[in-house]
Write a protein that binds this ligand. Structure first.
Ligand code: C2E
Ligand code: MG
Ligand code: MG
Ligand code: MG
Length: 281
């Protein structure tokens, strides 16, 4: 009986695995087609200066416009693209599109702003990242100093020496570097100062706790203080209330992003906001 049960277990397990492997294969194929057919779109979320409440930059956030499923969020297909090796091509498309859009806004005479692009772990490890980045900058006519890349702490910590070399090459091009989701990884102070970093983005999980959560409050204060000492700028992510905004401004946080100011929006809507050029929300 036990043997029979064991066998059933194995069969069940492998059938489940097969189903998942099959699903993964189908999704990979769909993602491949999506790249060929350009089914991706970038939305842009404003980053607001906490002195003026005006837009100083945007972060490009990719979405998949799936013919049947509608807008698919990046949390589902970025990890897939990392596993199946399509992240290089997707990442390249994101760079190209973000640069193209930034130049298009500039050509429309809109106030100049920073464009932040997220880089994934595997993409960050790819040898040709630097070549591609500089090619996209050159061919678009984008100012390197208007471009930011966002990486996470774990990407710096996995292979610190290599990460430092990559980031130094990025910084030499004139592109600024932001550490995304800051506070959730395990980087130490002493490490941070060895990297050519310009911005820390306080993770939404801490901002979410403000103002009530005393731990979150202490952590955000500590991050802002540390950033000041290291001459880094601080951006708070996930700001959803006026109280959070006021508290962050009072703490000396430089910029903020979040639904309180604006959700990620299509390019045309951002152009409208830039044209109005008034404080958000
Ligand atoms: P992230 O870079 O930390 O981006 C912030 C995420 O938080 C975005 O989700 C944004 O829509 C969401 N968000 C912003 N403000 C608020 C708020 O006030 N409340 C709440 N609840 N959420 C807020 P999204 O667009 O789904 O992106 C999720 C993650 O996917 C990003 O996290 C980033 O890691 C990754 N991602 C997005 N676009 C790209 C891309 O082009 N390339 C790569 N490699 N990764 C990307
Ligand atoms: Mg980001
Ligand atoms: Mg973030
Ligand atoms: Mg985040």
């Amino acid at each position: 009986r036990a043997k029979e049960k064991g066998r059933n277990c194995i069969q069940f397990f492998s059938a489940d695995m097969n189903a998942r492997a099959y699903e993964e294969l189908l999704m990979s194929k769909a993602l491949r087609d999506a790249l060929d057919q350009e089914q991706f779109v970038l939305h842009y979320q404003p980053s607001v200066c906490l002195d003026t409440f005006k837009i100083v930059g945007v972060e490009a956030l990719v979405r998949w416009e799936h013919p049947e499923q509608g807008l698919v969020p990046p949390s589902t297909f970025i990890p897939l693209a990392e596993r199946n090796g399509l992240i290089g091509e997707l990442g390249r498309w994101v760079f190209r599109e973000a640069c193209r859009q930034a130049v298009a806004w500039r050509d429309q005479g809109l106030p100049s702003l920073r464009m932040a692009v997220n880089v994934s772990a595997r993409q960050f490890g790819q040898r040709h990242l630097i070549t591609e980045l500089s090619r996209e900058i050159d061919s678009s006519g984008m100012l390197a100093s208007d471009l930011h890349i966002e990486i996470t702490e774990s990407m710096m910590m996995e292979n610190p020496d290599r990460a430092r070399r990559t980031l130094e090459a990025v910084a030499r091009m004139g592109v600024d570097i932001a550490v995304d989701d800051f506070g959730t990884g395990h980087s130490s102070l002493s490490y941070l100062k060895d990297f050519p970093i310009h911005y820390l983005k306080v993770d939404r999980s801490f901002v979410m706790g403000l103002p009530e959560d005393q731990d979150a409050l202490a952590i955000v204060r500590a991050i802002v203080a540390m950033a000041k000492n290291l001459k880094l700028k601080v951006i708070a992510e996930g700001v959803e209330t006026a109280r959070q905004r006021d508290l962050l401004a009072e703490m000396g946080c430089d910029e903020a992003q979040g639904y309180f100011f604006s959700r990620p929006r299509r390019a045309a809507d951002i152009a409208q906001l830039l044209k109005e050029n008034r404080p958000l929300p």
